[in-house]
Design a protein around this ligand. Structure first.
Ligand code: C2O
Ligand code: CU
Length: 520
């Protein structure tokens, strides 16, 4: 089969966005593969019409991605953002309502906006070259779609490693039927930060990808990377690196007992709502009040272990969908995952810590219900070192349990890759080499994410919320640790072409990404 579009060109390729900008003019996103449902198919519009609630209203907003200067609470950085602050504007609608978001691109490169986790119409999914043309510098694109399911979602670009800048924001879809038994709602966005600290995410990516080609980096002893090839790959082989420019920064092995290989990049900062831990955001309430926390991991290469000192957290939702509530001391959140928790606050000042799993550093926010000193930026609540919950192991709440059904189709996705060369794959292929995985509208589909690497991968599917077999928890992003397989089922009820990929921005950009396409 011949490919009707060159995905490397469309998605930005390894070298980032510059090459793309020059070739993008030749791209026609509506290029069709015969036999597959295109984003502008009549079926896509028909499924969208069925999503709309009678009496639904339209919520409008504007986003202007642009170069910005951000004060992270000490360090000031030049970066790209949706606002003069991070995260970008909070968008909020009721389930069944329609969003109309006008995006004006004031970046020097092209971009788009992806609505992570939302089961929306395919032509609004925001993947340049796959579901829409890229939004050129100075260009505009209007996203108009119905948000069908309540929950905590977020938005970000789908070009290169733009996600590793300040280009992210939260989208909350409210459930009109939910009683909301809490006094406050706080949104916390966790992020690993590098941009504007002497290197951009594109520099980091370039350093990672040139390691393999140049046979070594300055300061790195050649051949000092044991077993970096696939198979015997030891992700801990980072230990042989010694801090060339833009590399993993001379860190020791990035490993975690929970995750195995825990990341490739040493981000100098970890921020919560755009603040480093020495200048944390403070949330205020009264003792005894109940708070709903909506926590989003917008990081590019970091999973976070989250705890609130002196409290247990009741987990109520993950990736937007309700779970059978579980109490925990701490929880782990991979990139792209979200979790909602409810907590009844004690009296005092409490650290909400997002420790970078398997990496040095942490993010911090402060919860204050009484007097007392602000906790130090290195505070480590004991809750972090007790039981740590993986949200992928939760049980779905009854009302969102996927009905039992035998899968009509099974796709096995073997996750592979290596540090040298820096290349990540699904079934041995990088994104530009891969043929789409196909499904048929109406099928029950099973995906098996098989991790053959020594590193964890948060695997994400666009346009659907799958059920993890076992507990049946509904998710769109699930952490797959080394030497494990995570199996997920979903109903193919949202026609179009959809990405499935690792939510490590560097893995996705260097190949760990493929397309799931509906047959016409
Ligand atoms: Cu946050 Cu392709 O996704
Ligand atoms: Cu990955």
């Amino acid at each position: 089969m011949s490919r009707t579009f060159t995905r490397r060109r469309l998605l930005g390729g390894i070298a980032g966005t510059a090459a793309l900008a020059t070739t993008a003019g030749a791209v026609t996103w509506a290029n069709r593969r015969p036999g597959l449902v295109a984003p502008d198919a009549e079926l896509v519009a028909r499924v969208e019409a069925a999503r709309r609630h009678p009496g639904a209203t339209t919520v409008t907003a504007r986003l202007r991605p642009r170069p910005v200067t951000l004060d992270l609470g000490g360090p000031t950085v030049s970066t790209w953002g949706y606002a003069e602050d991070a995260p970008g504007p909070l968008l909020r609608v009721r389930a069944g309502d329609r969003l109309r978001i006008e995006v004006r691109n004031d970046l020097p490169v092209h971009t788009s906006v992806h609505w992570h986790g939302v089961a929306l119409r395919n032509d609004m999914d925001g993947v340049p070259g796959l579901t829409q043309p890229p939004i050129q510098p100075g260009g505009r694109y209007d996203y108009v779609f119905t948000a069908p399911d309540p929950g905590t979602y977020f938005y970000h670009p789908h070009t290169g490693v733009q996600l590793d800048r300040a280009l992210y924001g939260v989208l909350i879809v409210d459930d009109p039927h939910e009683p909301g038994r809490y006094d406050h709602e706080w949104v916390l966005v966790l992020d690993d930060w590098v941009d504007g600290t002497g290197r951009t995410p594109d520099d980091v990516l370039a350093a990672l990808t040139t390691m393999g080609h140049q046979g070594g980096m300055p300061g790195m002893d050649d051949g000092g990377m044991p077993g970096m090839d696939h198979g015997g790959m030891d992700h801990g082989g980072h230990g042989g690196m010694d801090g060339g420019p833009g590399d993993t920064g001379g860190m020791e092995m990035l490993t975690s007992p929970l995750l195995g290989g825990a990341g490739d990049v040493a981000h100098p900062y970890h921020v919560v709502n755009g603040r480093v831990p020495s200048a944390p955001r403070t949330f205020r309430a009264r003792p005894g009040e109940r708070v709903r926390l909506r926590i989003v991991n917008a990081g590019s290469d970091t999973a976070y272990r989250v705890a609130l000192g002196g409290h247990r957290l009741t987990v109520t939702h993950t990736d937007g969908f309700p779970v059978v509530p579980v109490d925990t001391d701490a929880l782990l959140l991979g990139m792209g995952e979200r979790v909602d928790v409810v907590v009844t606050l004690g009296d005092g000042v409490f650290p909400l810590v997002a420790a970078a799993e398997g990496k040095p550093g942490q993010g911090l926010a402060v919860v204050r219900t009484g007097g007392g000193e602000r906790p130090p930026s290195t505070v480590r609540p004991t809750e972090l070192d007790r039981a740590v919950l993986d949200t992928g192991t939760l049980r779905a709440a009854d009302e969102v349990t996927l009905a039992d059904r035998r899968p009509d189709r099974v796709h096995r996705l073997e996750l592979g890759g290596s540090m040298m060369p820096y290349r990540w794959t699904i079934n041995g292929a990088t994104f530009d080499e891969a043929e789409p995985l196909t499904v048929q509208w109406g099928e029950r589909v099973r995906l098996q994410f098989v991790n053959d690497t020594d590193m964890f991968h948060p695997m994400h599917l666009h346009g659907h919320t799958f059920a993890v077999t076992g507990g049946g928890v509904r998710k769109d992003t699930v952490v797959v640790v080394p030497d494990r397989t995570v199996t997920v089922d979903f109903d193919a009820d949202n026609p179009g072409r959809w990405m499935t990929h690792c939510h490590n921005a560097y893995h996705a950009e260097t190949g760990m990404m493929t397309t799931l396409a509906y047959r016409a």
